[in-house]
Design a protein around this ligand. Sequence first.
Ligand SMILES: [Zn+2]
Length: 656
Amino acid sequence: MRRVLLLFLLFTVIPARAVEKVDSLPPGKASDIIPAPERVVIKEGFCKLDSGTIIKVTQDKRIRPEGYRMQITRKSIAIRCSDRAGEFYARQSLRQMSRDGRLNKVECCDIEDSPRFPYRGLHFDVSRHFRSVVFLKKQIDAMAYFKLNKMHLHLTDAAGWRVRIDSYPRLTGYGAWRPQAVWKEWWKKENRKYADEGTPGAYGGYYTREDIREIVEYAAQRHIDVIPEIEMPGHSEEVLAAYPELACGGVPGGGEFCIGREETFRFLEGVLDEVIGIFPCEYVHIGGDEAARERWKACADCRRRMEEEGLKDVAELQGYMIRRIESYLNSKGRKIIGWDEILEGGVTPGATVMSWRGTKGGIEALKNGNDVIMCPGDFCYLDHAQDAPFREPESIGGYLPLEMVYGYDPASGIGSGDGEASCEREHLKGIQGNLWTEYVVDDAHAEYMYWPRAIAIAETAWSRPDRKDYPNFRERTLTALEILEANGYTVFDLSNEYGQRKAFLTGLKHKGIGAKVTYARCYHSHYPGDGDGTLTDGEAGGWANNDGRWQGFLSDVDLTIDLGKVTDIHYVGATFMQIKGPEIFLPEKAEVYFSTDGKNFTLAGASFNELPSDTDARLFRDFNIVCNQSARFIRYVARRNPSVRGWLFVDEIVVN
Ligand SMILES: [Zn+2]
């Protein structure tokens, strides 16, 4: 059955703008649309957009959920869809073709479109730094424009509880406030305290019921679900500060709830009752990540629980809690999402797993029959820097430019055949971009981190892989960023992107390539690079210490390179990096020794560090010597700065 649902004048969706010399502007193009639609056929001519333009919307049950067909002719625009979301997305495509109302005509075309995945999410860490309702609504506007449909609010964490719970008023009356506004100041061990609401100078904030209603309704009008996250059993220092009786022994000493005590479950069920009362979304995210389980081992209540329930270790104790909370939420008609740690204690098939520690957890969960949302840190963590460190504000580190976000395929590593593999693909629900805000203090910085990378998340979540093409996406994104900027968003300047470290891209040529390296102090097993050949393979590291090309040492670097024969040497050098967050520092100095027999070495020269260790800037510096000597063996020693110690990271010993 077909039925005309709505007959709208176009200006109800496209704000009329005063555009000078409108007729001289070109018609808007379907090739501007982000995410790229499934199929577009361009026709002759264009359709004028003004108050007289007719948009006819017809319901057609054959169209896939959230999908649409849009036919733009010279005279009118016809949209067919099976649901309201489909109509909404057709209108977003039209908005994009008109460059959000900046063009007054669009080319004639037929568009067939529907999303690849039903879950297209963006995550907001409002605990570490609080964001206003106005900010969230502004991001909802941009999300809708790019057809993102899930807003994940990380409402609770050590740094502050952000939603008012009437039955536990101290969560926001105390747990939402702290003396330091900037997270990294507050996070220093001696500073990690909370404050009563109203304390002069206290930083914090929380959403009231009315605030949540406003956000949820605003999002719903734009076909976006708002998913609340209430963290458990870890990351809950703020709760235990407000209600110490929920910690093991009644004494807070970490971020974990006591799972032995019934009070904990009374508390969580009470909180969740109120949360589901204000968040209508079918999902509640229950966290589950990074719980330190040590205190449970020593807690009499936790041990009794383990005995009574036949739980063999603390991982199973955590699993007990997650399953009990899941079954409580299920009884209220809700489903849980949890970070991939929830797999460790065993979950029911009804739980949805968010795979953040790479994709392994997600793939395992798919095999178990769980729904999965992929958000592996290497591709979806928007708190990583998006350009060269000397261009970027302080961040947690890493390097995740737009192209890397875009290049991720959530289905990679998942079987492509029929049977089991097709079942696994069925459970892959989508992807999400996550922005943790340890170093993201203000709103403008947060927007800068989201846009444009959230647009790459949107296209990966919506468009089929065969529709993806980075150079083309980049062009469309440049246009989209102009529109976002004109609408008051702070965005990354993609047109001026510096990109990856040049040596990473070009490689290094030098006399030491392929030479055998003998380590007097071994590199750390977490950062081996490619093993013993890493420092003489001609491959330079990039901006991120964890890109596989850097070798990490928790000691001095002390190694000997054997060139195989006596060689004329004019230069020996290596690049080290400094990133304060993960405690990677430049060495205090590097020394170079030469030998012809591998036994008797003489000092050829040294290179000293003059850069500070207490800077937030990420530094890359060469420690080298210039000489005119012959040798077969080169011993390179980099000494840690004794006042900071930490890590040394080096990517290549260059010999020329
Ligand atoms: Zn306990």
